[in-house]
Ligand binder design. Sequence first.
Ligand code: NDP
Length: 360
Amino acid sequence: MTGFFAPWIVYALILALHVVLPARSVTGYVRGPAGRRLRYRLNGLLVLAVVLVLYAGAAGLGVLPWDFFWQHRWEGLLGACVLGLLFTFAIVLGAPKTGKPLLADLFLGRRENPQWLGRSGEALVDAKMYLYLIGAIQLELNLVSFAAHQALAHPGEASPGVFVHVALFTFFVCEYLFFEEVHLYTYDFFAERVGFKLGWGCIAFYPYFYAVGLWSVASRPDSRTPAALLVLYAFVFFAGWALSRGANLQKFLFKTRPEAKLLGVLTPVAVSDGTHRLLCSGFWRLSRHINYLGEILMAIGLTLALGWPLDPWPWLYPAYYVALLFARQADDDRRCAAKYGPLWTEYCRRVPYRIIPGVY
Ligand code: NDP
């Protein structure tokens, strides 16, 4: 039972910390029903740090084993799945219908950007930001705990590959939380509603499935991957990160300060129809979704670092990204073609590749 409720307790703790700890207050990209841009409180990195310190403290004092979330991984996954379902029913069934069938509403959601307001009328908790926060933090707890299991189960055989995997993944989680504000400008915020896909996705799928690689290999001894290969895999990861973060930051800058130069040197070039503008320089000249290629490369680097390249299970993680992001590219291009009309056609002529420059 402890394992089943572990993610419930972690998510409640995160909610409490998110509400009480100091936060930056920022204006987002999407507009609320009154037509005004929504406001958000952001303190994800601080909440992560406090949760990790509490976990390390509890493990150091012997209150919890270092590999607690490994020992209880199956019950934890089940508990998170049940909570994800309960959350889905609560958030969807309590909202006005969209006119779609009930199953579609349950899957995709009804509310666009639910927020719980504080006494001052400012948003205290934004459902989407909270969901991404709990997914990221529970994922980090799982990774640390699974890696601890690998080291504890094989004294003297702690795997450097596992260490590199967890270090890169921790970087991935921390930098996402560092750039939390940039995330407000993504598809999830302007095009998705809160239902099973986003709710169950963040409560159960994100923290447990993203750990599938380590879940598969943490019971094994060191894979004895040569250090030079580990460096190469880290390079693949950081090449992906540079593409993804570079493109996302460039677009964020373009949306917030259209004339600002990227890194102080790259002047933005855009196609325009007089009303709208689309960026077609820098990262955005390489392909229309170079950030998706970056995300896939990061997933490949993470998987290779584990050191078991012939095991199919860790490859589920990059395979998931390919399926998600290739489908999302098609959806997003359809949405942009409808929104931007002939300007989108002109943009596609200027930037012909969808994801992989020169190939696709
Ligand atoms: P994008 O950041 O590419 O956003 C697409 C939107 O950007 C379009 O709908 C359009 O919105 C705008 N846009 C597209 N082209 C241009 C252009 N040339 N100039 C200006 N604006 C443009 O995609 P996502 O929001 O899907 O993804 C954001 C990030 O999150 C990516 O790095 C992605 O890989 C990552 N991601 C990560 C996941 C994970 O699990 N780690 C899962 C999914 C995504 P508008 O109408 O506002 O102009």
